[in-house]
Design a protein around this ligand. Structure first.
Ligand code: PRP
Ligand code: MG
Length: 213
C-alpha cells in the first residue's frame, strides 16, 4: 500500500469550492459523491477527508489528517499549534466587532459592560483581555448579525468579507480583530513520508499561485 497524504477539507462551507478548485489546478482529481467523506484522489497520492470546519484543527493537531486547507481564523480560534505551510490567497476576510448603525462609539472602551454575540469566543476573549475590556461573550453558532436586532446582544464579533451581511442587518464595523485567508496547515506530527509528499504538493500549489498572480 503506497503512502498517501491525508488532507482535510471542508465538508461544506465557503472554502470548499475554492479548495477543490485549487487542487484541480494542481492536477489532483477528486470524484466524490456528495456523501462520501473519505475519498482517494487521482493524479496525486492524496486521500481527502471531508470534515466539519470547526473539527479540522483538532484532526490535524492529532495527526489523524496530515494537512488541511483551512482559514487562518479557524486555526487561531481553535488554539491549535499547527504549522502554517503556505497561505493560498483566497477566502480573504476579517474578524471584526460591529455595533448597530448610529451608535455613539467614541472608542473601544464603549464595549465595557456590553454583551457581544460571536462564533469566535476564544479570539474575542483574547482581544478583550489585550485591550482591558470587560464584556460578556455570548456564543452562537451562526447568523450572529441578527443578535442586536433581537435584543440578544449590544454588539457582534464575526467574519466580514464583502460587508454585505453587516450592511443588510444595520451594523457598522468598529474594530478589526484579525485578518485571515485560506492556508495549508500541517500537523506537527507529520511522518517523513507524508512530509515528502507534502513538499511535492506544495511545489504544485506554488506554480498555480504564481500563474494566478
Ligand atoms: C459568514 C460570516 C458572516 C458573513 C460575512 O456567514 O459569519 O456572517 O459570512 O460575509 P459578507 O461580509 O460577504 O456578508 P455565513 O453566510 O457563512 O453563515 P453563518 O454565519 O450562519 O454560518
Ligand atoms: Mg454569518
Amino acid at each position: 500500500m503506497p503512502t498517501m497524504l491525508k488532507i482535510a477539507v471542508q465538508k461544506s462551507g465557503r472554502l470548499q469550492e475554492d479548495s477543490l478548485e485549487m487542487l484541480r489546478e494542481c492536477g489532483v482529481r477528486v470524484d466524490n459523491g456528495r456523501d462520501q467523506l473519505k475519498v482517494a484522489a487521482s493524479g496525486f497520492p492524496l486521500e481527502l477527508f471531508f470534515l466539519r470546519n470547526s473539527d479540522i484543527p483538532q484532526y490535524v493537531a492529532d495527526g489523524v489528517a496530515d494537512v488541511a486547507i483551512l482559514g487562518q481564523n479557524t486555526v487561531i480560534e481553535k488554539e491549535k499549534d499547527l504549522e502554517e505551510v503556505l497561505p493560498l490567497g483566497f477566502a480573504r476576510c476579517r474578524l471584526s466587532l460591529a455595533v448597530p448603525k448610529g451608535t455613539v462609539y467614541p472608542d473601544i472602551t464603549w464595549l465595557n459592560g456590553k454583551k457581544i454575540a460571536t462564533s469566535y469566543p476564544n479570539t474575542l476573549r483574547a482581544f478583550l483581555i489585550r485591550h482591558n475590556i470587560e464584556a460578556e461573550i455570548h456564543e452562537i453558532a451562526g447568523s450572529v448579525e441578527i443578535a442586536p436586532n433581537i435584543g440578544l446582544a449590544d454588539a457582534i464579533c464575526d467574519l466580514v468579507s464583502s460587508g454585505n451581511t453587516l450592511f443588510m442587518n444595520g451594523l457598522e464595523e468598529k474594530e478589526v480583530i484579525l485578518k485571515s485567508e485560506a492556508a495549508i496547515f500541517a500537523s506537527r506530527n507529520i511522518s517523513t513520508e507524508a512530509r515528502e509528499l507534502l513538499e511535492k504538493l506544495i511545489f504544485r500549489f506554488k506554480s498555480v499561485l504564481a500563474a494566478r498572480n
